[in-house]
Design a protein around this ligand. Structure first.
Ligand SMILES: [Fe+2]
Ligand SMILES: [Fe+2]
Length: 189
């Protein structure tokens, strides 16, 4: 548990980034040096690759829903795009859940064991996952309702709002997580 997580300086949906107090606890390899570090291939590269693909899928999902929101209902193109969004949304949700589980069950406990100074930053990420899971559940509810015969403009609009929220908090979480985790991975886990 992260004390005071619900305050605006810490909560995922509100914070502008990590506080100075948390940054002081991190290893300080500058971002520009990550990719050329000797240990980059030992986990950090894969970690960033997964994040990039999650953000790519999330961006495509928001873009597709925006296009769908502008298409007249009943058009063949709208039905096809809706079907694509059902698949893409389902994939994004599954991918994010699996990634969170791997971090929660394996990497985060290991980081805390090997680098005790990262305890608080890792607890923050752990709380972030709960916020992300709530939004993923909301998006999942929309995706399940994406049956062409039942889907209306209101549903698309609500899905778009939640997809944009997910995209925003996913970007925040992944950027902060990389600042916490990548320099530690480069040290060697
Ligand atoms: Fe995470
Ligand atoms: Fe992650």
């Amino acid at each position: 548990m992260f004390a005071n997580y619900d305050s605006p300086e810490h909560h995922l949906a509100q914070r502008p980034g990590l506080t100075a107090e948390l940054r002081k606890l991190l290893f300080d390899t500058p971002k520009e040096e990550w990719g050329s570090h000797n240990n980059y291939w030992r986990g950090a590269e894969m970690w960033q690759g997964i994040h990039r693909s999650l953000l790519h899928e999330s961006g495509l999902f928001v873009g597709g829903l925006e296009k769908l929101a502008d298409l007249p209902k009943g058009e063949m193109e709208a039905a096809l795009l809706l079907n694509d969004m059902r698949h893409l949304g389902g994939h994004l949700i599954g991918h994010a859940h699996v990634h969170h589980h791997v971090e929660d069950d394996h990497y985060f406990p290991r980081f805390k064991e090997v680098f005790p100074q990262l305890g608080r930053p890792i607890d923050l990420l752990d709380c972030d996952h709960r916020v992300l899971e709530e939004t993923l559940d909301a998006v999942e509810g929309h995706v399940r309702a994406f049956q062409a015969e039942k889907t209306d403009k209101d549903r698309i609009g609500a899905a778009l709002l939640d997809a944009k929220k997910l995209d925003r908090i996913l970007n925040r979480h992944l950027a902060d997580e990389e600042d916490i985790v990548i320099p530690a991975l480069l040290k060697g886990l």
